[in-house]
Design a protein. Structure first.
Length: 681
């Protein structure tokens, strides 16, 4: 019997790291430079700016630099820009948590730097100068670093541009992965030494069992290579998983299940995805390398627009659900960022996101948060400066009564850079509304039309400390927050945004479907009201309509706002009438429900959509023994009707009084179920 050996202390992560090191090829000059720096008594440079295109091997190089640091006894900390909010507060907190306070020498490695480039100025002016003289910082991203780094850090910053592997390095890469030597020339001619392309070719050859690789039959270089790989995956389900992963930023098992026709396969397909050569995994899930993701998504969009639209819609629904169920503000912001990612190539959304990043970079903002001590006084002073004492007093009253309604944006120095005050109209008490004439006017105009369970939002006040309600970083963030609230507020029926600059914002608001509502304005007051009835078009459908617009000097397609808003009593009567007309569809053509939200959201013929809603609501009663008599009463009366109700009771074998009681409860259930759909309950 063999003696047992002591248990290994190595983790699975250690083994994976060791395997990556064994497979690493090239970059000898770059690694030698880092090794020499770590061996020196004093660092010859304190900042390394690594850059190169997607898939060129920046992450792999950082893996090796981390290994060199550990071998030299240096404490290594690593951050990824994809996992960070591009705010000074978020970055500083993540870096402080990662850096060892006890170590004499430390390396901070920051990957995917292009995702946090809005922080470039703050990092250069504030964060990096605040580190120890013995610290080394490595920033790795796609874009060439700003010349300001070299100006601000002469002799202390080095620029390292990564290029394709040399022919001998590429040959070593292929040999190490078992690719026959006779295939090397063609592979190298096709990939030009690009590490990601080499990985994809290797994967393709492995999938084909080592057969010949003929780039002449693949006229589209990387995109055609990806197409051939996608078409040769084990099954259509695997192909669907890969295509789904290309649409989103990163994929988890629950998200993959939402994207696939059969979510039962999600676990196995996620495990398969993780094993692919061009998939990275981290705390947020698995993600295709950027080049792969963009190429597969573009191919899917070109090859099968219907399928792409289906996957896109499933992703949107998943992220909206996450928005509405997010337990924390940070989770909500992350879900919204994932949602916006779906529109990153849209002609309308893409420039807005770019302008937001630019505004952040220029404004030197340091994040946002709830109201802190001293903020109320600062906000009151801002409102006084821009809108006068009366408005400042009204805003101050809300900050005192509803401090949780304020989100404050902070400058790098800690001062108030701006704020947003958002009120839930339906949650306000009568005396609260009466205390503010502006809110009272809004309530009279839209709040009194809210049905039970419906929500109303009022963006009561917002300001940038310097620009007021002009174009600014805070203004951009405020507008992003409003969209976030539209998407995340359940049962949202209406919203109102107030501005003292209607001449500036009216053209913008008209494009996005916000209508001027004079009835919600105080006569002679400084604020204009712009509203949206979300019962006509739900927020996600509204955003789709905006994103579908290509700016060409014409107005975007307007969502139809002619939806009928029925009160509970009128709605109940309309459902009862619709049940009576179910078996004769022509009788439903005049139903007010056809213009109600619950039917307008359905695809296809409105009458058939209404009949489906009625039958599905009734069928819920057929799922349990206790409720089944109510379903049978509905079925025998409306869906497969007997000539008379007396004959219906006889057919069911129950007394007429029992039949009537069962029918009443069945009708009540259908009304309640459809009301929940109508009001978003």
């Amino acid at each position: 019997m063999r003696a047992s050996s002591p248990p290994s202390t190595a983790t699975l992560g250690d083994r994976l790291q060791a395997a990556r090191h064994r497979r690493f090829v090239g970059r000898e000059r770059e690694l030698s430079r880092f090794a020499d720096a770590l061996d020196a008594e004093a660092l010859p440079f304190h900042l390394a700016l690594v850059h190169g295109p997607g898939g060129i091997g920046k992450t792999a190089l950082l893996d090796e630099v981390a290994r060199l640091g550990i071998e030299a006894g240096v404490a290594v900390a690593r951050l990824d820009g994809r996992d960070l909010d591009p705010t000074p507060v978020a970055f500083a907190e993540a870096a402080d948590a990662a850096l060892s306070a006890d170590a004499d020498r430390r390396i901070l490695l920051v990957d995917t730097y292009e995702q946090i480039e809005p922080l470039d100025g703050w990092l250069r002016r504030t964060f990096v100068p605040g580190l120890r003289a013995s610290d080394l910082v490595v920033l790795a991203g796609r874009n060439r670093p700003s010349a300001d780094w070299r100006t601000a850090w002469p002799g202390e910053a080095v620029e390292i541009e990564l290029r394709a592997l040399a022919p001998d390095e590429a040959a070593t890469y292929l040999s190490d992965r078992g690719i026959p030597e006779e295939a090397h020339a063609r592979v190298q001619a096709f990939t030009h030494g690009h590490p990601l392309a080499l990985a994809l070719v290797t994967e393709r050859l492995r999938q084909s069992g080592g057969g010949p690789f003929d780039p002449g039959t693949e006229p589209g270089l990387l995109s055609d290579l990806l197409e051939r790989f996608v078409s040769s995956v084990p099954s259509p389900a695997h192909r669907a998983a890969l295509e789904g992963a290309s649409v989103v930023r990163s994929v988890t098992v629950p998200l993959l299940g939402a994207l696939l026709p059969n979510d039962a396969e999600a676990d196995a397909l996620f495990a398969w995805l993780r094993g692919l050569a061009f998939v990275e995994t981290d705390a947020r899930g698995a993600r295709l390398h950027d080049v792969v993701r963009e190429t597969i998504e573009a191919d899917l969009r070109w090859r099968d627009q219907d399928r792409y639209a289906t996957v896109h819609a499933r992703a949107r629904r998943h992220f909206v659900d996450r928005l509405r169920s997010a337990p924390t503000e940070a989770d909500r912001h992350q879900a919204f960022a994932d949602y916006l990612h779906l529109y990153r190539h849209n002609a309308v959304v893409e420039p807005l996101l770019a302008s937001l990043q630019t505004a952040w970079a220029d404004a030197h903002l340091a994040g946002s948060g709830p109201l802190r001590d001293g903020d109320a006084a600062a906000i009151r002073a801002l409102v006084t400066d821009h809108h006068g004492e009366d408005e400042a007093e009204a805003v101050a009253g809300w900050l005192e009564r509803r401090p949780e309604a304020a989100e404050v944006f902070y400058a790098e120095g800690g001062g108030v850079a701006g704020f947003l005050l958002t009120l839930s109209l339906d949650a306000l008490a009568d005396d609260e509304r009466a205390a503010d004439s502006v809110v009272a006017a809004v309530w009279d105009a839209v709040g009194t039309r809210l049905r039970e369970g419906e929500r109303g939002l009022l963006f009561r006040s917002w300001l940038d400390a310097e620009a007021g309600q002009g174009i600014s970083a805070v203004q951009s963030l405020v507008f992003v927050r409003t969209v976030e609230r539209y998407l995340s507020t359940p049962s949202l029926a209406t919203s109102v945004l107030l501005t003292a600059a209607p001449a500036l914002w009216t053209p913008v608001f008209e494009i996005v479907g916000l209508k001027r509502l004079p009835a919600a304005e105080v006569d002679g007051g400084p604020l204009a009201a712009f509203s949206k009835d979300w019962r006509a078009t739900p927020p996600d459908a509204w955003l789709d309509s905006i994103a579908a617009w290509s700016p060409s000097g014409v107005s975007p397609p307007r969502p139809d706002d002619s939806v009928v808003v029925l009160g509970r009593e009128a709605f109940t009567e309309a459902v009862r009438d619709a049940l009576r007309g179910y078996a004769r569809p022509h009788l439903l053509s005049d139903s007010p429900l056809l213009e109600a939200r619950l039917v307008r959201e359905q695809d296809g013929d409105p009458v058939e959509a209404l009949r489906t809603l009625l039958s599905e609501a009734a069928d819920e009663l057929n799922q349990g023994i206790r409720d089944r008599p109510y379903f049978r009463a509905l079925d025998t009366t409306y869906f497969r009707p007997a000539p008379t109700q007396a004959l219906a009771a006889e057919r069911l074998g129950v007394p007429f009084s029992t039949y009537r009681r069962h029918l009443g409860r069945g009708v009540d259930h259908v009304v309640d179920a459809l009301w929940d759909i109508e009001t978003g309950g």
